[in-house]
Structures are given as C-alpha cells and as structure tokens.
Design a protein around this ligand. Structure first.
Ligand code: XMP
Length: 506
C-alpha cells in the first residue's frame, strides 16, 4: 500500500493511476490530513503543487514520521519542499521550465534509473528551480537547463525528482516509478481485480453481517458492478431498485431489468414514468427539470425502501474520483463536502452507507466487472445523465416528444453499434430542438421538428471534442431518421467542443 500526499497538483490523480497500473494499491490524502497510523504504508509519494515553496501560504506539513523512516519519493513541489526546508536552496528560475526536456546526465549504477536511457524525455512544469541540494543530497540526473533534475539523500531511501514521471510524455516515467516502488521500496505488486474482489467481498460480509441492504440501480456501470459485488457478498439480503423515470432510452427499462434478472440480482423494477412526466409537465427551465427529477426519484426510492423490512444499509456506486473530489486540496486548506441537514432527509438517507467501489477508478471498475463476469455490452455503455432524455428535450417535455427522441436516439445508437463506431465514441445521443422547420415529403410540404445528433470523445467528460463520424454513416443515419420517425424532417450534427460548449445542451 502506497500513500500519496497531495499538494494540489493537477497530476496527483495520474500518479495514483500509474501506481495502480503497476498492480500496487495506493491512496491519496491531502497534505494537511496525513493519516495518523502509517503502519500499513510501504512507501510515500509527495505530489506537485501550484504553490511555490517560497510563498507564505506554501504547504508545510510535518513529515517527521515519514522521512528517513520509510521510502519516500518527492515529485516537483515535493522535491523543492525537501530541498528548501532541509538546507538546500530554491529560487525562481530565469529560464522557462515547462514541457519536454531530456535527461542529459544520469548518475551510473543508480537503481532509480535502472533501464532508463540517457536522453530519456521527461516532462517539466515548474517556475522555481533547486539551486542547491539539501544536506546529504546526491545529484542523480540533470537536463540542459535543470542541473538538479533528480537527487537522493545519502543514508535514507529518499528520492526527489523535479520532473513529472506520472505524465505520458515522460517516456520512462513508469519505469522510474517501478524502480522506486518495486526495486527500491520492495512494495508487493498484488493489487489485481481478482484480489480486489476477494478482499472487498470479505470486507462487505464482515461489515454487513446478516443485515439488509438497499441499492438503486441505474443501468450504468458503477451501480451494476456495485450490485454484483454485494450480491456475491450477501446474496438475497441485497434489495435492488431500478426506477423507470420515463426518460430512459427506448426499451431500456425492460432490457436492462431482464439483464439484471439473468445476472441473479434481486431487483425490483418500479415504473414511475407517469409520475415523473406529470410533475415535469409544462416545465422548460433545465435546472428546474433536474430538481424535479431529483426530488421525485428520492420520493419513489424512499417509498420502495419502506417496503423492505428492517433495512439497515444503503449501497452506492461512488467511485474514487468522487471521493478525491470531496477531500482534495483546493487552495491552502482542504475542502470537505458539507453535509445535508440530516433532520430533513428521507428515511432511506438515514441508513448507513456502504460504497464497495469507493477506492476504484472508472477503468478499474470495468476490469472488476469483467472479473465478475458482467457482460461487455453492459460494461462498455456510454455515460447517460441521471435526468435522462429530459435535458435532451429542449423546452417542455411531453410524452410525444419523449417518444420522438427515443426513436431518433435508438436509430443513432444502433447505427453506431452496427458500424463498429460505438466503442470509439465516449458518449453519443440525440437532442430534440424546440424548433419546427419546413420540409417536403412526396408532394407535400411538412413543418416538423429538428433533431441534433451529438457524439464526443473525452476521457472524463470535463473536456470533450466532437467526433468526426464518417460522412457515409451520417448520410445513412440522417435518411433513416427522417424516413422512419414521424414528426422529424431535419437532422443536424453538433460540431462544438467543450469548452466552450458542454456535452449536453441543457
Ligand atoms: P456537460 O453537459 O456538463 O456533461 O458537458 C458532462 C457529463 O455529465 C453528464 N451530465 C449529467 N449527469 N446528471 C448526471 O447524472 C446531470 O444533471 C448531468 N448533466 C450532465 C453528461 O451526460 C456528460 O457525460
């Protein structure tokens, strides 16, 4: 187990990703919330930071329980931090040190640089530079502009590097992390999807015992994997609820419900479409739509949870990025998500929470899902927003508009699948515009709806770009939509990136 101390770098999550790729488990903690019990950690990594060590508000944690007592790797800010406060010197650099650089000097016979070639490309991102190494510092590498690009401390297993080994552009970065964690710190590489499943199933059994758990399934990857894991741990005591809000994709409720039943899950489908659609009638403001859907979902779920006698736990499909988000370093102090006023919450929210996936990244959830034997089709599904098609119907929502959009979306998504494009796209869908346009069909003039198609590539939904779908494919899909979906006579394709646009239109 490796501890990563976060000083607020945009790359901290990437360090964790790289460590996990080595099949080594790691956890991120903010620098001002170091775990008091360090006995389970075999090594510590200090992240980079937007701060300067010379600044007044610079993070300045007490590392006395760590330094010299266990293997320590300090990256970027971490490297400057060790230098600045231990007898070295850090000063503003006169040359820009951003982007690619090459290791022009590497000290020989250093385990840290095993299998790393001279001139290896590394990625720099700093404005201060280490002018003088700290006491006991031994220079390990330099670039043309940065003399102290890497050093270690004599008599300790402390290593420090100015560049970022975690970014893709540091070509031997992963090798260096492996050298440090495996060869130097001797951390075992035993974190695999299979070992995770075994451990978490045992942990959940221990925590839940013979109590009952309720879980809301959405058809998405996270809640599905969470359910299958819990089903393995506690079987019939897991009660899953899958709510149809009437804003799902065409046939999705029936199809996914069937899939769940085949997977042996104890799942109850609740069709609350009419209730959602009647509460949404006449509402056209996007945020109001979201609020109504959120509230009605809680009411429906609470009603259902009450039908389960003596339920004690609520399971959620929370994953690691959500956890980090709520405790990450934002400025000099860590922000912790504020909690709701418990008194006003529905009953099910007073249950104890279990989150079997809270330590996993999205792709790890997928791999765990695969280990559990969940269908590739289910695991590879595009993200779909909680408020569903309601935020893809611009303006007010009617059952007829939902029907039109479901048909259009169905043709588009099926088309992507048939043409082998679905897995190349991060997210795709259709948007029903509140606009009619003139067309001609046969000898008749039509005045019908316009739909927009959207397909984006992204890694996390934070930034995205539109996908250059083949013209032949777009031609075919456009024809099929206009010919088959009554009420639509025009199809357009959204070619906006995020930012400045967003993925959804509302
Ligand atoms: P935007 O439109 O902000 O979307 O670029 C980014 C990602 O978030 C999804 N999204 C939502 N998911 N509830 C959700 O559960 C919402 O209200 C919501 N709004 C957007 C969107 O589909 C995309 O994947």
């Amino acid at each position: 187990n490796v501890l990563i101390l976060d000083f607020g770098s945009q790359y901290t999550q990437l360090i964790a990703r790289r460590v996990r790729e080595l099949n080594i488990f790691c956890e991120i903690f903010p620098y001002n919330n170091i775990p008091s019990d360090l006995s389970s950690y075999k090594a510590v990594i200090l992240s980079g930071s937007p701060f300067s060590v010379r600044g007044e508000d610079a993070p300045h944690p007490d590392l006395s329980q760590i330094r010299g007592k266990m293997p320590l790797l300090a990256v970027c800010y971490g490297a400057q931090y060790l230098a600045h406060f231990s007898g070295g010197e850090v000063a503003p650099s006169n040359i820009r040190e951003y982007g690619r650089a090459n290791l022009s000097y590497i000290k020989e016979e250093e385990l840290f640089f095993d299998d790393v070639n001279i001139n290896s490309q590394v990625w720099m991102s700093h404005s201060d530079t280490i002018k003088q190494l700290p006491t006991g510092g031994v220079r390990l590498a330099s670039t043309k502009d940065v003399e102290n690009a890497a050093y270690r401390i004599e008599g300790e297993t402390t290593y420090a590097i100015q560049f970022h080994p975690e970014v893709y552009h540091s070509e031997d970065g992963k090798q260096m992390l492996e050298n440090f964690l495996v060869k130097i710190a001797e951390v075992p590489q035993n974190f695999t999807p299979k070992s995770f499943v075994e451990e978490i199933v045992a942990e959940m059994k221990e925590k839940i015992q013979d109590e009952k758990v309720v879980l809301g399934l959405s058809g998405g990857v996270d809640s599905t994997v969470a359910a299958v894991l819990l089903n393995k741990a506690i079987g019939k005591n897991l009660y899953c609820i899958f709510v149809n809000n009437g804003l799902l994709r065409k046939n999705e409720f029936e199809n996914v419900l069937n899939q769940y039943k085949h997977m042996g899950l104890n799942v109850k489908g609740v069709d609350a479409s009419a209730r959602f659609l009647s509460e949404l009638a006449g509402v056209d403001d996007p945020e109001t739509k979201r609020k109504i859907i959120g509230r009605v979902f809680i009411e429906v779920f609470d009603d259902e949870a009450h039908h389960i006698e003596d339920v004690k736990f609520l399971a959620q499909g929370t994953i690691y990025p959500d956890v980090i988000e709520s405790v990450s370093v934002k400025g000099p102090s860590a922000t912790i998500k504020s909690h709701h006023n418990v008194g006003g919450l529905p009953d099910f929210m007073k249950l104890q929470i279990v989150e079997p996936l809270r330590m996993l990244f999205k792709d790890e959830v997928r791999r765990v899902g695969k280990t559990l034997g969940i269908d590739d089709e289910l695991l590879g599904r595009h993200p779909f927003p909680g408020p569903g098609l309601s935020i893809r119907i611009l303006g007010d929502i009617t059952p007829e508009k939902v029907r039109i959009l479901q048909e259009v979306d169905h043709i588009f998504i099926n088309g992507l699948k048939e043409h082998g494009l679905y897995d190349k796209v991060w997210q795709a869908g259709a948007i029903l515009l509140p606009v009619n346009s003139v067309g001609v069909m046969g000898d008749e003039r039509t005045y019908e709806k316009v739909v927009a198609l959207r397909a984006v590539e992204s890694t996390d939904g934070m930034t995205a770009d539109w996908v250059h779908l083949p013209y032949d494919f777009m031609m075919k899909i456009s024809n099929e939509i206009i010919n088959k979906v009554k009420g639509v006579n025009r199809v357009v394709y959204d070619i906006s990136s995020k930012p400045p646009a967003t993925i959804e239109w509302e």
